[in-house]
Design a protein around this ligand. Structure first.
Ligand SMILES: Nc1ncnc2c1ncn2[C@@H]1O[C@H](COP(=O)(O)OP(=O)(O)OP(=O)(O)O)[C@@H](O)[C@H]1O
Ligand SMILES: [Mg+2]
Length: 232
């Protein structure tokens, strides 16, 4: 995969929700292409469908119509196992409210994706290696002094840094971040954003939803969702 090669392409995506008897159309023909190495910011007013779009691009939900191709493979006509693999191996996710497992330590949370994907043999034989990788990443996000803390014993920014470490431990091809700074004060939000920029500079492709126009401007490209479509 070379830098600037197209890796994700959405064509004519439609998605509506059914609320009792009422249909809520959200996406009405979204076209979007993302290239390897790109840092893409997705903006739009609250309710414009940014999270809905991220869920479709990240194979967390299915569209009513339209296609999403990852490296040329149509992810919604591929078998379920392919989408499972995408979510477990090729895609990483960071959400506004962290979604850490409260009963696990920082270190265990960060290790989780590797443990989930590991065979029993790897569990037994590779646990030390997995732990070393997690420690390494936690160090990289500045949390080496917090690895035995529980999420409840961390600040918001620290929790998000754990979530970032967890999201990238599988070396995902694409990192999806849905308002990763949305729950943080401005200064902490900037630190988290800087961490994403640093990751992107090492080649990580990132698709980030944000309400913060200043942050969005620092991405390579901004796409705006409006009335169910992408406008540049
Ligand atoms: N499960 C659901 N059932 C019904 N309607 C939904 C559902 N999920 C989202 N919606 C509606 O779809 C629209 C788009 O929601 P979405 O969460 O994608 O917006 P968003 O752009 O991410 O908003 P925000 O900036 O507030 O996070 C909203 O009007 C929302 O109320
Ligand atoms: Mg949202």
């Amino acid at each position: 995969m070379n830098k600037n090669d197209s890796i994700l392409k959405a064509v004519n995506l439609h998605k509506k929700y059914q609320l009792d008897q009422v249909e809520v159309p959200v996406l009405k023909g979204v076209d979007l292409e993302v290239c390897s190495g790109e840092f893409l910011a997705v903006v739009g007013v609250s309710g414009s469908g940014k999270s809905t779009l991220m869920h479709l691009l990240g194979a967390l939900d299915t569209p009513d119509k339209g296609t999403v191709c990852f490296n040329g493979v149509d992810i919604f006509t591929a078998p379920d196992t392919y989408r499972d693999d995408l979510r477990n191996r090729e895609f990483g996710f960071v959400f506004q409210f962290y979604h850490l497992l409260p009963e696990l330590t920082v270190l265990e949370n960060a290790m989780m994706p590797l443990l989930v994907g590991a065979t029993v043999r790897r569990w037994l034989g590779g646990a030390e290696e997995i732990e070393a990788q997690a420690r390494d990443l936690l160090c990289r996000v500045g949390l080496e002094h917090r690895i035995y803390h529980l999420p409840a014993q961390l600040s918001g920014g620290e929790r998000q840094r754990v979530a970032i470490a967890r999201a990238i431990i599988n070396k995902p091809v694409i990192l999806f971040a849905d308002e990763p700074t949305g729950n943080l004060d401005i200064r902490t939000g900037r630190q988290i954003f800087d961490q994403l920029v640093e990751l992107n500079q090492t080649g990580q492709t990132i698709i980030m939803v944000t309400h913060d126009n200043d942050l969005a401007k620092q991405a390579h490209r901004i796409v705006r969702l409006h009335d169910g479509r992408v406008i540049s």
